[in-house]
Structure formats: structure tokens, C-alpha cells
Ligand binder design. Structure first.
Ligand code: ADP
Ligand code: MG
Length: 259
């Protein structure tokens, strides 16, 4: 490399740094070598540099988004075995994965007994939305209620509500595992009604909607919550065997076979 090239390289690294293009600053020599080898034209070279910079930036944003999302894991739909739930139509789930409901600020509800993969699918949809550039926040209903109650007691409710109102997609896991008191249900209503037509909710529940009156301790409040939630909502009911139990039962069978 000539002295002239080295000077130019140094200047490009400095400029790229100032422009906030750290990837370009690190890889300019590599880019130049590839361009030489492929005898690339000016437009192709610029196209390569810019599109790689964008890909690196998207990837960084995706990983940062996943960190902030508090998702319990990052499972995808590819890891979900649809053959284990023959009553669940894969097309319905794959439709959701196109994320048009997120674009339309609508909701998705996954209902069914424990172990059928409600959280798995909710997380997979959230990961896909994160990859597409949407901000995500995951919470169980109980954690959300607990944290809103604590904030209310400390006079910081408005601030805390922001945690659940800001993200493009709020995942509310495990609605209905614990019945709520009236004041708690009211906090949930605030989140649901303030997000209505402003941002998506993906929720999972082991209860049918008709049981929500018991969950929220008040039929009127439950109806008000369901009214906002279900106005624009894709509902997927998974009524099948527990995947957790499947593995357990197979293990037990193996153990008893040996014995
Ligand atoms: P739920 O939220 O309905 O109780 P989870 O989503 O937590 O169930 O699923 C329990 C465990 O079983 C998780 O590890 C999940 O990844 C796995 N699982 C559930 N259903 C399937 C499936 N059909 N294919 C692959 N893994 C599954
Ligand atoms: Mg779950």
C-alpha cells in the first residue's frame, strides 16, 4: 500500500468515525481489497459499503433491542414443532409472524392450558418484531401489576406506566394465573386502554375470556378491558397436550422400562 493510500485510509477512518460509521472505519482496507479483487465499479463499491454498514447497524439495534426487551428466551417459530399440536393451524401463527397486526397496532392473544407453547409463540413473534425494528417489552401480568403498585405507592405511577406504554409491542404473559384485586385490575385497565390503537399487545392466558371476570375480580372492569383488547385482536386457542409433560412422560417411561 502506498503512503498516499495510507493517508487516504487514515482520513477515511477519521471521517467515518465522525459520521458514526464505526464498521466502515474498521473495515475500509478489507473493503478496498475486495473492490480491487472484484474490479468493482464505483457504484457497486459504494453500494457494498453502505449496505454492509446498514446491516451491521440493524444487527446491533436488534441485539440491543433484545437486551432491553426482558424476553425470557429468544426461541423462534422454527423451533416450534407444529406436528405436536395438530389442532393448531400453522398458517394462523405464520400469518401473525408477518407482523401486519403490529403494523396496525392490533393485538394477539394466545390461549390454552399450560405447556402448549403459548409463551414460546409469544416470544417468537416478539423476536420477529424486534428484528423488524419494533421495540419490545416482556412482562408477566403479575410482575407488571406488582411494579405498577409499587410505583403508585411511591408517587411515580405516570413514570412507570411509560415502561408499558412506550414499546411498540408489549408482551403480557400469564394473564389469569393469579386473581387480581380491584385496584390491581384498575392498573391493568389503564395500560390496556392507553395502549388501545396506539401499540400492540401480545398476551397469553390459561383462562378463556369468559373467565376474565373472576381473574379481574369485577365483571364490569373485565368487560371494559376485553372491549379494548379484543376490538382489534387475533385470537389463537391452543387446545392440546403439554409439551413439558411430553418430555417428562417419555423420561418416566424410559426410567420405568429400565427398572
Ligand atoms: P405455555 O406458555 O403454554 O405454558 P411454553 O411456551 O412455556 O408453554 O412451553 C413450555 C416448553 O415447551 C418451552 O420450553 C417451549 O419451548 C416448549 N414447547 C412447547 N410447545 C412446543 C412445541 N410444539 N414444539 C417445540 N417446543 C415446544
Ligand atoms: Mg407460559
Amino acid at each position: 500500500m502506498s503512503v498516499y493510500d495510507e493517508l487516504t485510509g487514515t482520513r477515511i477512518r477519521t471521517t467515518a468515525g465522525k459520521l458514526g460509521l464505526p464498521h466502515l472505519a474498521e473495515t475500509i482496507n478489507e473493503y478496498a481489497r475486495r473492490a480491487d479483487e472484484a474490479k468493482m465499479g464505483y457504484l457497486d463499491f459504494l453500494d457494498l459499503v453502505l449496505s454492509e454498514e446498514l446491516a451491521v447497524r440493524d444487527d446491533r439495534r436488534f441485539r440491543q433491542g433484545l437486551r432491553l426487551s426482558k424476553l425470557p428466551h429468544h426461541k423462534t417459530l422454527d423451533e416450534y414443532d407444529f406436528s405436536f399440536q395438530p389442532e393448531l393451524d400453522p398458517r394462523k401463527v405464520k400469518d401473525l409472524a408477518s407482523l401486519s397486526f403490529v403494523d396496525g397496532k392490533a393485538n394477539a392473544a394466545l390461549l390454552g392450558p399450560p405447556g402448549v407453547g403459548k409463551t414460546h409463540i409469544a416470544v417468537a413473534l416478539a423476536v420477529a418484531a424486534c428484528r423488524a425494528g419494533y421495540s419490545i417489552y416482556f412482562t408477566s401480568l403479575d410482575d407488571m401489576v406488582r411494579s405498577l403498585k409499587a410505583a403508585e405507592a411511591a408517587g411515580r405511577l405516570v413514570n412507570k406506566l411509560g415502561t408499558y406504554l412506550r414499546p411498540s409491542v408489549l408482551v403480557v404473559d400469564e394473564v389469569g394465573y393469579q386473581p387480581l384485586e380491584r385496584a390491581e385490575a384498575n392498573l391493568v385497565f389503564q395500560v390496556i386502554s392507553k395502549r388501545y390503537e396506539k401499540g400492540s399487545i401480545i398476551l397469553t392466558s390459561n383462562k378463556t375470556f369468559s373467565e376474565w371476570g373472576q381473574v379481574f375480580g369485577d365483571e364490569v372492569l373485565a368487560t371494559a378491558i376485553l372491549d379494548r383488547l379484543l376490538h382489534h385482536c387475533e385470537v389463537i386457542a391452543i387446545n392440546g397436550p403439554s409439551y413439558r409433560l411430553k418430555n417428562r412422560l417419555q423420561a418416566i417411561e424410559r426410567e420405568t422400562d429400565v427398572a
